[in-house]
Design a protein around this ligand. Structure first.
Ligand SMILES: [Zn+2]
Length: 386
């Protein structure tokens, strides 16, 4: 079976090994002749970035570079990028990297021609209608991890540094016009990041699958996305150069972010404030939190997880069987069982719980969770009490 294809759902996706070579023609198709190439400081030092930069500079000599995006990016990252975009007279954004670089790239494209400040477009009510659509620059997204699925999302997570808050900036036009999904670019991802981002992709599919909203298309995508993680994450972790496993994990990641238009849930509601306060890797925080939230949600999701267990062909097709598989997978990927293992104690429990309750992902949790519930789940995850 060939693992190369062109997909148009939810945006145009050129999927397959080696397709990064199409980057210049992809830009030309979108009338981008002077792109701003956006990435994070870590990726900027790696050969994969040098390769993409060379491709662009050769084909589109006016290419500019912003390579200082931080791991949990804030408003100032977006401001710096927008300033470079305007100074350089750029006409589009090419972002390459994990969720941070792609989120900042999308936000720079959004802000390129706006007069209102970024925070005016927080995903609350109909704020998004304030965007001047004519001022949004076209963007191309190139994922180098298989986790956030930011390349197919219509929003960016940006930290409001003054208020220690992760803010969701949303507008439908933030969806990249074309995604270049080349699994070879993910082959250099070290095992630890393969694990954390891979579990993030899994949690996107799982929380979307469990959310109570009506979205049968997303439901189907989510179930298949979980199956791909079940079959391929361990392989990608064990051998990063396995391009079949890398391809399927990249697909699972794209599927997770497509599916979570149906909603996320308590794992993300908690991992967002945890990331904002402790600068924790998003995927790692989700991977640690997952079983504690599943246990709390059991009454509402036991039947759904039993059905998922049957589709995944697990040996024990019950809620307990599903949970046990999650715990075993986490362990074989070297993910710690508790927040204490990554140096987080209980002292900020109330702050985290209040942040979780305010987080938009809270609305998709299958049972109503109060601030007290979130505090209990957080403390359980610190101590490792399932
Ligand atoms: Zn996530």
């Amino acid at each position: 079976m060939s693992l190369t294809a062109n997909w148009n759902y939810p945006t145009a996706i050129r999927f397959g090994a080696g397709r990064i070579k199409e980057l210049v023609s992809v830009c030309q198709e979108l009338n981008i002749h002077k792109p701003l190439l956006v990435t994070d400081a870590g990726l900027a030092t790696l050969p994969v970035f040098a390769q993409v930069k060379a491709l662009l500079s050769e084909g589109l000599p006016g290419t500019g570079v912003f390579d200082q995006v931080r791991p949990n990016p804030g408003g100032s990252d977006v401001e710096k990028g927008v300033a470079l975009f305007r100074q350089g007279g750029h006409d589009g954004v090419v972002s390459i990297g994990g969720g941070s670089a792609l989120d900042v790239g999308k936000a720079i494209a959004l802000m390129a021609g706006q007069t209102l400040p970024l925070w005016d477009f927080e995903d609350v009510g109909d704020n998004w209608t304030r965007v001047n659509v004519a001022g949004v620059a076209p963007s191309v997204a190139i994922p180098t991890t298989s986790g956030t699925g930011s390349e197919v999302g219509r929003a960016s997570l940006i930290i409001d540094e003054e208020n220690h808050r992760k803010v969701i900036i949303f507008h439908p036009s933030m969806l990249p016009k074309i995604v270049l999904a080349d699994p070879e670019l993910t082959a250099g991802l070290p095992p630890k990041l393969t694990a954390a981002t891979g579990v993030d992709a899994f949690v996107h599919n799982l929380e979307a699958y469990c959310s109570p909203f009506y979205h049968p298309m997303a439901q189907g995508v989510a179930l298949e996305g979980m199956k791909l993680v079940h079959e391929y994450l361990q392989q990608a972790y064990d051998d990063g150069s396995n391009i079949e496993a890398r391809s399927q994990m990249l697909a699972a990641s794209i599927m997770g972010a497509t599916a979570f238009q149906k909603g996320l849930g308590g794992v993300h509601a908690l991992s967002h404030p945890i990331g904002a306060v402790f600068d924790t890797h998003h995927g790692l925080a989700n991977a640690i939190m997952l079983p504690y939230v599943l246990v709390r949600n059991k009454a509402a999701i036991a039947d759904k997880l039993a059905a998922a267990a049957r589709y995944l062909n697990l040996p024990d097709c019950s809620f307990e069987g599903f949970l046990q598989w999650v715990l075993d997978l986490r362990q074989s990927l070297g993910i710690p069982h508790t927040l204490a293992d990554i140096g987080i104690d209980e002292s900020q429990a109330q702050l985290i719980a209040e942040g979780a309750k305010k987080d938009p992902s809270d609305g998709g949790n299958p049972v109503e969770l109060s601030v007290d519930d979130y505090r209990e789940i957080f403390i359980a995850a610190v101590k490792g009490i399932l």
